[in-house]
Ligand binder design. Structure first.
Ligand SMILES: [Zn+2]
Length: 430
């Protein structure tokens, strides 16, 4: 029977003791590398125990998902105020709760956040390459030496890197070296080609993080019209595709989202306005934020948007900003919406975004992260069964009325339903 593979977007909560070091608030201890290796091994094991198929190191050693890559580039000698999000600007009473919180975005107007900005030539530095290679080497060595990873292909482990447009979203162009946005984005693409190719050459699955294609609309490009933003997004995809020219499409995936901050998100650009552009990205696998209250309805986009034959969708079925655990049946329903439209072989189960996009920023504590992951794995199994009509069906009688109940197996509420059905059938002598 066909399976629906399960994966996630990348960042996972780091062990609490490692956070101040990863954030750069405390120096690295002498045994840092061995601490990282042991924590990587631990995280790989936890993902396999939860039943995940495509896993990673949880971005353990990174402060966030863009800073590590930016630090490997030259040309960032100045600073600029970080971009803000339209939904939070429009909701100051809500945004006040983020007072003092320092991440990559300006979440609240009185908390000044400055990020490095570009004022010189962007190149991939020699030290940058050494730092990247040491990160790759750790992940590969731990993955290959892990008893639980035995028999797994190296490309079932992914390694993320930001898109040129995402680096630009957080680290803007001052205009003193590159005169136009296009010049700047092309320079970033050329430099990041080195990083993408090195990751792919290692055998790991490359994941290019592209929130610029969705979150970019209500942050860095909020001044543009939707038509203008479509042109911007199309340029970003073109530059990224050029940077991926030497990497096979089935060895890379992209992640697109509207930002993982827990905001109202009522200014998010609708998926239908950018889906056709996202689908022109070269990578075969496309991870999309798809299950939170602002985007759960957008599976409907694939009723009318033609998906190229070679693409595989990784819709988010777990919300990474809420502690409410998704019921496996809800996970299954979400997946089946896509399965019916594009076929089971072109769907994998994924999370909406990372669980800890910046070290220390944890919307969902680790204990609940694993409960959510297990629920996703169980829901994916239900969806795979029901997609081929392989699930037994029972009639349940409640005070004279009846409804059709598919067995989901394994989950307490479903078991209760089956017990009720069994008792009911016994009582009726069926
Ligand atoms: Zn994301």
């Amino acid at each position: 029977m066909a399976r629906i593979l399960c994966t996630h977007v990348g960042s996972l909560p780091r062990p609490a003791a490692m956070v101040p070091i990863v954030r750069g608030d405390e120096p690295e201890p002498a045994d840092w590398e061995s601490q990282l290796r042991s924590a990587t091994s631990d995280l790989l094991g936890k993902q396999i125990d939860a039943g995940l198929d495509v896993i990673n190191d949880g971005e353990l050693s990174r402060r966030d998902y863009v800073t590590a890559a930016r630090q490997r580039l030259s040309g960032f000698g100045t600073k600029a105020k970080s971009v803000s999000a339209s939904d939070l600007e429009e909701s100051p009473e809500f945004a006040a709760r983020f007072k003092g919180r320092k991440g990559l975005l300006t979440l609240e107007k009185e908390t000044l956040i400055e990020n490095p900005a570009c004022d010189g030539e962007v190149t991939y530095t020699g030290d940058g390459l050494k730092s990247l290679e040491s990160e790759i080497e750790r992940v590969i060595a731990v993955f290959r030496g892990h008893a639980k990873c035995n028999g797994r292909e190296t490309d079932s482990c992914f390694f993320s890197s930001p898109s040129p447009g995402t680096i630009m979203t957080f680290f803007p162009n001052s205009g003193s070296y590159y005169k136009t946005h296009e010049e700047y984005i092309r320079a970033l693409g050329k430099a990041m080609k080195t990083e993408y190719e090195r990751i792919a050459a290692s055998g790991l699955m490359l994941q290019v993080d592209c929130p610029d294609l969705a979150m970019g609309r209500h942050t860095a490009f909020k001044h543009q019209t939707t038509e203008e933003f479509r042109d911007t997004a199309a340029l970003h995809v073109k530059v990224m595709n050029e940077a991926l020219e030497n990497i096979p499409a089935d060895k890379c995936r992209i992640h697109v989202c509207w930002g993982n901050y827990p905001g109202p998100h009522d200014c998010d650009v609708p998926l239908k306005d950018v889906a056709d552009i996202i689908l022109t990205a070269k990578p075969r696998f496309i991870s999309l934020e798809a299950c939170n209250p602002g985007h759960a309805h957008e599976w409907e986009v694939f009723q009318t948007t033609k998906m190229p034959e070679d693409k595989v969708l990784l819709p988010g079925v777990l919300d990474t900003t809420t502690c409410h655990i998704e019921h496996p049946r809800l996970v299954a329903q979400r997946l089946l919406n896509y399965v019916r439209l594009v076929g089971i072989e072109r769907v994998q189960a994924c999370t909406d975004c990372g669980f800890s996009t910046a070290a220390g920023a944890v919307n969902v504590p680790e204990e609940l992260v694993w409960k959510k992951m297990r629920s996703m794995v169980e829901g994916a199994a239900i969806a795979a069964r029901e997609a081929v009509g392989g699930s037994p069906s029972k009639r349940i009688f409640f005070e004279g009325s009846c409804l059709e109940q598919k067995c989901s197996g394994g989950y307490a509420q479903s078991k209760n339903a089956e017990e009720v059905a069994a008792k009911s059938e016994k009582a009726k002598g069926l």
